[in-house]
Every structure is written in structure tokens, then in C-alpha cells.
Design a protein around this ligand. Sequence first.
Ligand SMILES: [Zn+2]
Length: 391
Amino acid sequence: MQLALISLLFLYSILLQGLTTVSGRNEVPKYNINTPLRVLLDKDLTEIKIKSVLNTLFIKEDGANRWTRFPGIVTIKLSRSAQRILVNQTPFESSAIYLRGGFQHTDPVQYENNFYRGALKITKTKKGLLMTNIIPVEEYLIGMIAGEMSPFWEMEALKAQVVAARTYAVYMITHPKHPLYDLEKGTSDQVYPGAQSEAETIKRAVKTTQGQLLTLNQNPVKPYYHSRCGGNTESANFVWKESKASNASSVPCPFCKKFPYNWKKRLKTHEFLGLLKLPFESLKPFKVALVNRSPSGRVKEIAVETDSQKHLINSDELRQLLGYAHVKSTRFDIKIEDDQVTFEGVGSGHGVGMCQWGAQFLAKKGKTYQEILSHYYPNYHVRQPVVSLNP
Ligand SMILES: [Zn+2]
């Protein structure tokens, strides 16, 4: 009995070793290249069609060891009572199943127009089917980096991007967004197009920085990055209320100014107030004031006010409500003329952490990825994980 308990504890500790990082204060995170990441691909689905590139799929139930062979195209849905997962009418008893595209875990499967290596995990939830891609972090990076930076950019800029993206993923493994997944495949985390966006340059950038992470006091951080800062990067605490995980500070970036990015967005006043969900009639006529700017020149807060009412809106919330694609950064001015509100700004993205266009400029000037990272993340260190990198 005691022996069984010890064996169980041993097994549990092995499992933990693969999945968690920090086992105590001031310890370098434990992480290896097989550490699996759970990326949310889609949720609340009634039906999923999966194809295999190699014309055959392998499926197993959660907890089982045996994979069963299926045809190259399957349709997955819930049974009428929503008790079971059905794959081409074959019922599965467990609440989740895994699929892969061949004998190897690297054989890709196709979902809609994207291809994914690793395994797909489909879980039955109260709202329908939820699908994640379970993939080792290093392989995830190969299919992800092109979603955030062009594979044709300088190698040292790509390596800096890889180290930042790897650290973000490892941070999310230890601080998952949801019990069923660590992070999402879209802009709310890191854009992950999948295996069709793999490139030789990206593979090289991942391999030559294998396992390297950014740490602060030897713990993994949440390293933000963005497209173009427009002159200075931004402190995380000016953008988000919950910014402790980042601890990013503002640094000068005259580099991206060489590729100026000016933008303008006009909205009708009723459209502007509607998107902000403010009562239009009671606020007319109104004025908008930039209440607060950060030391780096970004708008922190705006006030929308009439004689009797005043609404303060945080600029990140403003971007979210008006659309990140419309208000491209928080470095802007606002004008109200007739029935139009005009935003005129510079830069693209939230401005926190590494400026990608600045990184590209520095790489062109011969800076290494370590120099690029230490410029944009002055508080962080680039570290190798303590565990072996041998698979
Ligand atoms: Zn910049």
C-alpha cells in the first residue's frame, strides 16, 4: 500500500516536472523542450471537421494509451443527449479525445484553413466542444513566430522575437488563462497561424536560442512586445491595471522613427459615443479632453464630458471599445469638428516591451539579439533553463 502511494507520488512529481516551472523562490524555472503548451483554437462548437495531410488520423480517449486509426477526414460532434463525443458516429466515453495526423506527433492535421502539429484535444464542455492544440513549446514557436514577425526580417530580430514569445508561452503555462487552456491563438495572446507559416529562418532562430527565457529575479516574466512605439516604449503600469507580471519600464526608441507610422481615424460623433456605450442624447453637446499623458507621451485617460456629466475612460479600454485596428496606438491627439471626432496618432500597438520595428533596425545595424533584448527589457536577464534540453 505504502509502496503504491510512493509510486503514485513519484509519477505525480514526474508529471509536475513536465508541466510546471517554479518550485521555490529564487529558482530558475524548470522547463524543457518537451514542455507541452495548450493553445485554445476554438470553443462552443457543435461540430468540428478535421483532416489529415497524410490521409489517416489517429484518435485516443483521454487517459488511454492506445490510438485508433480513422479515415483522413472526420466529423466530431456531441451525441443527441450530449453525453458522448461522436467521431463519424463512433462514440467515445471519456469527456475528451486526442487526435493526431499520423504515426508521428509532428504529422499535421488540418482544421479549417490552418495546419497544426502536435495533438488536437477536443473536450466536451457545457457550451459545446472546445478544441486545443497540445504542442511542445519549441514546436509551437516554429508555427507561431510568422504570426507576429515577418520570417524575412533580420535573423537577430527574429531571435529576439523568439526569446520573447517563448518566455510569454512559458509564463502562460505557469499562469494559465483557463483550466482547459494556457493561452489563445489570437491577438489577445500571440497570433498562432500554425504549421503552414513555418519558415527555415524561423526554425533557425528557434534552434539557436533553444530553451532561452527572459527572467526577472530568476522567475519567468510576461514579456510584452508591439509593432512600433513611435519614439519611446511605455511602462506596463501606464497601460494595464494588472501589470505586475511584466514590470516593463519605458525606454527610448529613436529607431522605429526611421519607419514613421502615422495614422488617422475619423468617427461620426454618434458612432463614437455609441461605441463607448455612453448615452448620446444626454451628452450632447459634449467635449473630449486628454486628461492624462504618460511621461513617454501616450494618452493614459480621456474625459468625455457635458455640463452635468463626466466620464473618464482609460486609453487601453478606449482602444478596445473603438477597435484596436482603428485607434492603432495610445500616442494620439483628438479633435472634434462639426459632427466628427478625429484621432491622429503615431505608432502601432500598446507600446510596452520590445518595439519590433526598433528591433529590426537594431539588427540591421549589427546588434545581437541579446543586445536588442537588453535594450527593450532592461530589467530582465536572458537565461538558459536548468533542465536538460535533450528530448
Ligand atoms: Zn520603437
